[in-house]
Design a protein around this ligand. Structure first.
Ligand code: SF4
Ligand code: SF4
Length: 190
């Protein structure tokens, strides 16, 4: 279906809202746009659409616009919105589902953010925790953004936030098992 929005014609998918609800397990139809989620979100000012706007666009079936947004990749899953929402909607779960759908449909335009996300998860899976210096080195190599944030990196290094020697955790296998279980569940197993 197509709808007119100002001078723009937007393609809509009438099933999108139901699919997101199923995949996220969240009662997104209960959202009444109070915006408590957006006012508490620590990264909403960097997002192209605020969390409540993402929910509104889902209910309108604006699949492409939602799945190409930067907001779904910038959500840090801090759960602030879920705690504040009067209807108990956990937007971090919704964002998770949207990231999976965006990747599956090859619609992500936030390639650098997606790339950072993937490297972060690879590191956690392999070591049980992130080695910040290695994470940044891998990300720089992958993105080609060698000279951005150098000042910030130096400040973090001086404050001991980028240790050179990696630290591991005791129960790496348990962390790997979590990844394996989530992959099996995503593929439709138990
Ligand atoms: S806090 Fe909940 S009800 Fe309010 S806009 Fe956000 S998601 Fe919707
Ligand atoms: S979970 Fe995501 S959308 Fe919700 S407040 Fe945190 S960063 Fe914002």
């Amino acid at each position: 279906m197509k709808i007119l929005a100002g001078t723009e014609t937007l393609q809509t998918d009438p099933n999108f809202s139901a699919v997101v609800r199923d995949k996220s397990g969240q009662p997104i139809e209960l959202c009444y746009q109070c915006q408590k989620c957006a006012t508490g979100c620590p990264v909403s000012h960097h997002m192209d659409y605020h969390p409540n706007q993402i929910l509104r666009m889902i209910s309108f079936g604006l699949k492409d616009r939602v799945l190409t947004s930067s907001a779904i990749w910038l959500c840090s899953a801090c759960e602030t919105c879920g705690v504040r929402c009067p209807n108990g909607i956990r937007i971090s779960e919704v964002m998770d589902a949207l990231r999976v759908m965006s990747t599956a449909n090859n619609l992500s335009r936030a390639k650098h953010t997606e790339s950072f996300h993937r490297i972060f998860l690879q590191e956690v899976r392999a070591r049980g925790r992130v080695h910040e210096a290695k994470l940044m080195a891998k990300y720089k190599l992958k993105s080609g953004q060698f000279f951005t944030d150098l000042d910030l990196g130096l400040q973090m290094f001086k404050k001991g936030k980028l240790p050179l020697i990696p630290r591991g955790i005791k129960n790496k296998k348990e962390v790997r098992d979590i990844f394996t279980r989530s992959e099996i569940s995503r593929e439709g197993g138990k």
